[in-house]
Write a protein that binds this ligand. Structure first.
Ligand code: PLP
Length: 335
């Protein structure tokens, strides 16, 4: 079965071997405070900096999910409240979680701006020039959810203080791990707030990762698989070029060679990593079934767009032959 589901999504095919390797070699049974395990953490952090071109002074830590990152931002980095200029289901969910922890009383008092770079639910993205504008206009910290784009696109990391992603989408790995990236300014803010109330308070996370450790037993298999995948992938600039050219091809194919409509009319807002295609409820149901019968899983719609869209993940782990198979299917399918 070929899958274009935008999360959990297709894993890099090599992950099967890496997982076997991790179990055979005993990596998964290493104590997480042992030298052997700390070496893996250290190398994974080095590779993240190298392959994703993350600035040397930005810190990186491992947590369990992007949802956990939403709470960490609210608990450890937000003084009064946070502002959420959202355009889809994940942005809305983030705001709801954050405001349960730091309720919104006066919007003018917000000291953290929370942006979903790639809104997986409807296939929109916030481009770097928009983020640059936020940076100029907002004086507090900026936190970016990049769950369905980190590992696929080049970012200007300096435009935000916090970036995070769980690994089961654009990074092409099994779920249960997330990468949390934070700037020196974010750390300063955490020190001022001095939250030490929770097991996942950012200061605890930071003190542990400084020793290549984690505050609780981490997903060691996930970290090992991330290390092995990072060793294998090219630098992010190369991946970015591939993802963007594939995205352009997807949009052109949908518009010119099928009778489907794109959910997002404005090309400036369209995501490069998740393509949302719109149709009647009936047509959407039918195409998903027909694709399934042809051995292809399309992504269901999500949230408000659950029944009137299907989604195509454009993540780098997806292979050329799989893309060709779906293209052939869509060209030959009349909706
Ligand atoms: C999937 C997704 C999340 C949630 O990720 P979890 O790993 O399930 O916590 C958050 N934000 C975006 C944009 C997503 O696509």
């Amino acid at each position: 079965m070929i899958t274009f589901y935008p999360g959990p999504s297709k894993v890099y095919p090599q992950v099967a071997d890496y997982a076997q390797e991790a179990i055979r070699s005993g990596v998964v049974s290493l104590n997480h405070r042992s030298a052997g395990f700390m070496d893996i953490v250290k190398e994974t952090l080095r590779l993240l900096h190298e392959k994703l071109a993350i600035p040397a002074d930005y810190h990186i830590a491992f947590v369990s999910s992007a949802t956990e990152c939403w709470e960490i931002v609210a608990q450890s980095l937000t003084v009064t409240t946070s502002l959420h200029p959202y355009g889809g289901a994940f942005g809305k969910k983030w705001m709801e979680y954050a405001h349960r922890i730091k309720p919104m009383i006066l919007p003018g008092e917000a000291d953290v701006l929370c942006v979903v770079q790639n809104e997986t639910s409807n296939g929109t993205q916030v481009r770097m020039d928009t983020l640059a504008q936020f940076r100029r206009e907002f004086s507090g910290l900026i936190a970016v959810d990049a769950v369905s784009s980190l590992g696929g696109l080049v970012f200007d990391w300096s435009l935000a203080d916090v970036w995070f992603a769980s690994v089961q989408k654009c990074l092409g790995l099994p779920a249960g791990l997330a990468v949390l990236i934070y700037s020196p300014d974010a750390l300063k803010q955490a020190e001022i707030i001095a939250d030490r109330q929770y097991y996942n308070s950012l200061l605890f996370i930071h003190e542990n990762i400084a020793k290549y450790q984690t505050q609780f037993t981490p997903n060691g298999l996930g970290i090992y698989l991330l290390m092995r995948v990072l060793q294998q992938i090219p630098p992010i600039s190369k991946i970015d070029a591939l993802v963007r050219s594939r995205a352009a091809n997807w949009y052109e194919l949908i518009e010119k060679e099928t009778t489907w409509e794109l959910l997002i009319a404005n090309p400036e807002l369209r995501s490069d990593t998740v393509i949302a295609v719109q149709g009647s409820e009936e047509a959407i149901r039918a195409v998903k079934t027909a694709a399934q019968n042809a051995g292809i899983t399309l992504g269901n719609g999500y949230g408000d767009w659950k029944s009137n869209t299907f989604r195509i993940a454009n993540f780098p782990a997806i292979e050329e032959w799989e893309i060709d198979t779906l293209k052939r299917f869509l060209r030959g399918y009349l909706c």
